[in-house]
Design a protein around this ligand. Structure first.
Ligand code: RA9
Ligand code: ZN
Length: 258
């Protein structure tokens, strides 16, 4: 089964998931000098219902918060998107130390972690159907940097970590509005890409927020205290669950800002 170790990691995913070697793979490295400012890009808007939050789980590869997406309850609109995309889940990617962990790399900068809010286009019926469409999924990416003025909002997710230490552990996660995690600025980059995990379908409109949010060193340590293993297996820290940047293959990254 795929993972992030040398025997099952990103360099070998294509053996079982051929799309991993596709023309529009994610993540990518963003170089500001090659970005195209697009003044026609609209601002994006999220209207999330805190009551849609359901559970938080450790699936051995990430920490994921799942939301009720059975109707247009928590949606993302605007930006490069047409229509309202439903929030399905959020999760994170992080490193074994503060100097790396993000999937997208900005002008050579790797952040300590990257948070993904995954939305899908209900015009395609269901999530599985959306995966097969180029406009099926929209992911908002938020970079996390370690600082000493951490956002209290991350606290809520990290407080739950103690209840989902090992693979397969799940806990209720109610009354949570993920929009509190957004930075002040709405500036973003956008490009067309893929899931950063197998099967790596190329169905994602990426919306990457320029302004990172801050987490504390303790909060990063908390995230790194998650384990990949089952509770009755030897401890194996869940860290470095990030895919390295993939070939741009002629794609243009647009910016909502100058
Ligand atoms: N209730 C459920 N939510 N999500 C699942 S598994 C399907 C899924 O959303 N996978 C997924 C994998 C990678 C990414 S990512 N890293 O944002 O490209 C987003 C999403 S089951
Ligand atoms: Zn992700």
């Amino acid at each position: 089964v795929w993972g992030y170790d040398s025997d099952n990691g990103p360099e070998r995913w294509h053996e079982n998931y051929p799309m991993a070697k596709g023309e529009k793979q994610s993540p990518i490295e963003i170089n500001s000098k090659d970005v195209q400012h697009d003044s026609s890009l609209a601002p994006w808007h999220a209207s999330y219902d805190p009551g849609a939050a359901k559970t938080i789980l450790n699936n051995g590869r990430t920490c994921r918060v799942v939301f009720d997406d059975t109707f247009d309850r928590s949606v993302l609109r605007g930006g490069p998107l047409t229509g309202a995309y439903r929030l399905r889940q959020l999760h994170l990617h992080w490193g074994s130390s503060d100097d790396h962990g993000s999937e997208h790399v900005i002008d050579g900068v790797k952040y300590a972690a990257e948070l993904h809010m995954v939305h899908w286009n209900p015009k395609h019926g269901n999530f599985a159907g959306a995966l097969k469409q180029p406009d099926g999924v929209a992911v908002v990416g938020i970079f996390l940097k370690v600082g000493n003025t951490p956002k209290p909002e991350m606290k809520r997710i990290l407080e739950e970590i103690d209840n989902i230490k090992t693979k397969g552990k799940e806990a209720p996660f109610l009354h949570f509005d993920p929009s509190i995690l957004f930075p002040k600025s709405r500036d973003y980059w956008t490009y067309h890409g893929s899931f950063t995990t197998p099967p790596c379908e190329e169905c994602i409109t990426w919306i990457l927020l320029r302004e990172p949010i801050e987490v504390s060193p303790d909060q990063m340590a908390k995230l790194r205290s998650l384990s990949k293993n089952d509770e009755n297996e030897p401890a194996n820290p869940l860290v470095d669950n990030w895919r390295p940047p993939q070939p741009l293959k002629g794609r243009v990254v647009r910016a909502s800002f100058k």
